[in-house]
Design a protein around this ligand. Sequence first.
Ligand code: CP3
Length: 366
Amino acid sequence: SHIYNGLYSDFPQLKNDTFLRAARGEETQHVPVWCMRQAGRYLPEFRESRAGKDFFETCRSPEACCELTLQPLRRFSFDAAIIFSDILVVPQAMGMDVQMVPGKGPTFPDPLKDPEDLQRLRVKVDVNTELGYVFRAITLTRHKLEGKVPLIGFTGAPWTLMSYMIEGGGSNTHSKAKRWLYQHPEASHMLLRMLTDVIVEYLLGQVAAGAQALQVFESHAGILGPAEFKEFSLLYLRDIARRVKDKLKEDGQDVPMIVFAKDAHYGVEDLSQSHYEVVGLDWTIDPRSARERTGGKVSLQGNMDPCALYAPKERISDIVHKMLEGFGTRGYIANLGHGLYPDMDPEHVGAFVQAVHKHSKQMIEQ
Ligand code: CP3
């Protein structure tokens, strides 16, 4: 069977493989759907579970991660689960202090300032020691999912993590991180290579722990121009997929990989030829033109504007229908163009999921 069962042969059998089939471009009976940040503050039960607890403490508890991952699946018929964690656990594993400050977001008290600061980072990161808590969360969650839907593992991409490590938090211009690219290109590549090495081991560890698909988040792609994107992002995105795929193949495994490079319009053709099965898209790209530019080479994922969820439910249904007509129903995974926001109405998320299933079933049956 094409359904990967991980190293743990006692994982429950997968009942809904629609997401995995769509990732591989195979026929499905409906278009699968999930949402970035589907485990999040828009859910009252999420806010209750997280109340008064430190964010990264929560990330280190496999039981808490498992519960938060499962919460959205109890409400909505999503076709995939994504493990609750964060992209910033990788800089932590490399020795950096990262805190989640309520109302402010992720904060590095001591960000990287100059190339000399690279010496502060761990050269060799043992992912089993530093990130074993994520692997344990994945294994536990894969069991508790009872084969309902596949479990997605994820990582931040090197450039996005580099920009956080230098900016020390969120930023509009990313000018501190971009300064490195222009003033210290060699040190930048050194840091990107260090991150790439950790990320490859981290993704392989997630698959060994039970992840059935992998998404790489290059959330800060759009801040780069085309040339900088090629040099400082694409190169490493490709290296990650190549190395992860080669190693998995050696072990007779195959796990679909998704690349989500937000706002990187100019990169869509290149991304479709980067060893990823799926290219994730933000809402600024027209579905038909994305299909044309990527040919039949990859499956596509996305890309409804998250803010469309503020629209009345009937309108959401119409928007979803148009999106499905644009992408087509084959080799397509419905999603938003970015994560859900905390003030979104869970009922409208439900309307989005239902609309994808309803319209796509009708389109496929015709
Ligand atoms: O998608 C999911 O449901 C899985 C969980 C997930 C989280 N973060 C949980 C989280 C995933 C996939 C991420 C990835 C992540 N984290 C990205 C890449 C995706 C993207 O949004 O572009 C980035 C850039 C981060 C860094 C980060 N972590 C930010 C910017 C924030 C928001 C800070 C804020 O105050 O709004 C976080 C915190 C975070 N990560 C939350 C969740 C549910 C919200 C905070 C909380 O629960 O207390």
